[in-house]
Design a protein around this ligand. Structure first.
Ligand SMILES: C[S@@+](CC[C@H](N)C(=O)[O-])C[C@H]1O[C@@H](n2cnc3c(N)ncnc32)[C@H](O)[C@@H]1O
Length: 267
């Protein structure tokens, strides 16, 4: 089963939102790279709560978003103004209710790492694109030359604790990362011209080790949603003990440098 983002409605924007101006820079980079503009017919796969879509108002007249999660899409209403009103559909990215060739640009941000059936989603995006239109699959990743923030140790500790509790596979639905050659190879095998591009480099909002531990304990990471509740609680207690006893500078707030990296395909 795909991760159910209805679980995340309460805290998604507060914990996954970007600093001011970042999504507008993503939109500009997307248009610059694809040659798109306000007249482009755009489809966003996994639009979620509209954190990214919001930047397209009023820069896009025809903007369509799809997502599994109605709860997430309900949050979009609070971000609209100026007459921008994207067309929304609750749908699975593998099977979309649109006719062939009706979009100039299909993009997805922070979605493909959830998609087990990512090949089918690429096929479906290809069907919906006009000839020469672009599919842009973007993810947020840490640049190789960026310093690792002190709070990143929380992830290492969490993995160590889960492994100590016998969790080899967290049961989460893992999709595909851009770093996996399989995605490029698959796109090329379908005849696409494929490019990898760093759309922009940006700073995330600052967090501390304590904040990351609190988010883990509160079950705010989709990778933890399939853990049994008792096991999650036990792991969270162990993480909180580590924070109290061994973590250096638990309240140091540090911003991490990140990239919007994308793989693009044109047929
Ligand atoms: C991490 S959120 C990203 C949301 C938004 N793109 C953003 O960057 O804020 C992933 C979204 O993809 C959606 N999703 C995952 N698999 C999907 C699928 N097969 N079809 C449609 N939506 C899907 C989830 O419901 C969730 O809203």
């Amino acid at each position: 089963m795909p991760a159910n983002y209805d679980n995340a409605v309460e805290y998604y924007d507060a914990t996954r939102g970007y600093r001011e101006g970042v999504v507008e820079r993503y939109r500009d980079a997307l248009f610059a790279f694809t040659g798109g503009d306000a007249s482009a017919r755009i489809l966003e796969l996994g639009i979620g709560s509209g954190l990214i879509a919001r930047a397209f108002q009023p820069a896009a007249q025809r903007y369509v978003g799809i997502d599994y999660s109605l709860g997430m899409m309900r949050l979009i209403a609070g971000k609209l103004d100026g007459g921008f009103s994207p067309l929304l559909a609750q749908a699975d990215a593998r099977y979309l209710p649109f006719s062939a060739g009706c979009f100039d640009l299909v993009h997805a941000a922070r979605v493909f790492h959830h998609l087990q059936d990512w090949r089918e989603c690429i096929n479906e995006a290809r069907r919906l694109l006009r000839r020469g239109g672009a599919l842009v699959i973007a993810e947020n990743i840490a640049p190789a030359d960026a310093a690792r923030p002190p709070w990143a140790i929380v992830q290492d500790k969490w993995d160590e604790i889960l492994s100590g509790l016998g969790v080899q596979d967290d049961g989460a639905d893992h999709g595909i990362w851009l770093t996996d050659d399989a995605m490029r190879q698959y796109m090329e095998s379908t005849g696409a011209q494929v490019d990898a591009v760093d759309l922009l480099r940006y700073l995330e909002k600052a967090v501390s080790p304590r904040i990351m531990v609190e988010r883990r304990a509160a079950g705010m990471f989709s990778s933890d949603w399939s853990l049994p509740a008792a096991l999650h609680q036990e792991a969270a207690r162990a993480l909180q003990d580590w924070l109290a006893r061994d973590c250096q500078a638990p309240d140091e707030m540090v911003e991490r440098e990140m990239l919007f990296r994308a793989l693009t395909a044109r047929w």
